[in-house]
Design a protein around this ligand. Structure first.
Ligand code: UDP
Length: 236
């Protein structure tokens, strides 16, 4: 197996499927099925889910809600998504633990690095909710930092496009997909992989990122088996 421990980042928006808000039941089961297959390969899986399908701090601002308050609301939204995924995985017979960046003892454990690693070693899927527990960050930053803390081999950013392109493939027909690209090249070309804080955190800690299409069945398993799927971002 190419990777022993992965951190999978899923956006909240992707959970809404064809809907314009909330959680799509089919999409949730689809993702849980893919995750279960990866677990069955014997690799350790940690997950960070966004909250954009429910609330974003920036949306709060447009409603006149204070930025910090809105960011906490966004973090709570990620806990809702995390609980939904946890429940679906458990229903499929996958053992899980939910750890939160904001203390919420009735629903999840607080994030403690050593405990997270212990859960992973026991074969439990660990979901990190509430981002980093701090405003002005994103769940991409949470994914990068948690991945570094738990010593993951790679961050897998599951999106609805199949990798990093030279331009926006939904707008520019001549856009080409990279199968490999360096961190430097991403900076130079001004490509949008993750927000800059999250991206730089990965670079400074030499943690590779793979951007791939999570909506295509089988992709996650292919990646953990070492097949080239999506775009791999590395130091050189
Ligand atoms: N958020 C935050 N700190 C964090 C993680 C998330 O303040 O560490 C807030 C922020 O307001 C963000 C919202 O939670 O807009 C939802 O997360 P994100 O936008 O990253 O979700 P995604 O776009 O992946 O669905």
């Amino acid at each position: 197996m190419k990777y022993k421990r992965i951190l999978l980042k899923l956006s909240g928006e992707s959970l809404q499927g064809e809907q314009s808000f909330g959680i799509d039941a089919n999409r949730l089961r689809q993702y849980a099925t893919e995750i279960k297959k990866a677990v069955q390969e014997g690799i350790q899986v940690a997950i960070v889910i966004g909250g954009g399908n429910i609330f974003r701090g920036s949306v709060g601002e447009s409603l006149g809600i204070d930025r910090v308050q809105g960011d906490y609301m966004g973090m709570l939204a990620t806990v809702i998504n995390s609980m939904a995924l946890q429940s679906t995985l458990e229903d499929m017979g996958v053992y899980t633990r939910l750890m939160s960046g904001i203390k919420m003892e009735q629903v999840c454990e607080p994030f403690i690095k050593r405990r997270a690693i212990r859960h992973l070693e026991k074969g439990r899927v660990v979901i990190f909710g509430a981002g980093l527990g701090s405003p002005y960050f994103t769940t991409d930053s949470a994914a990068s930092l948690r991945a570094i803390e738990i010593e993951a081999d790679v961050v897998l950013k599951g999106t609805r496009v199949d990798g990093v392109y030279s331009a926006d493939p939904e707008r520019d027909e001549s856009a080409e997909r990279f199968s490999n690209i360096s961190f430097e090249e991403v900076y130079k070309r001004g490509l949008n992989v993750m927000d800059m804080t999250a991206f730089t955190l990965c670079k400074e800690n030499e943690l590779p990122i793979i951007v791939f299409d999570m909506n295509k069945a089988g992709n996650l398993v292919k990646i953990v088996r070492g097949e080239s799927v999506g775009t791999l971002i590395t130091m050189n």
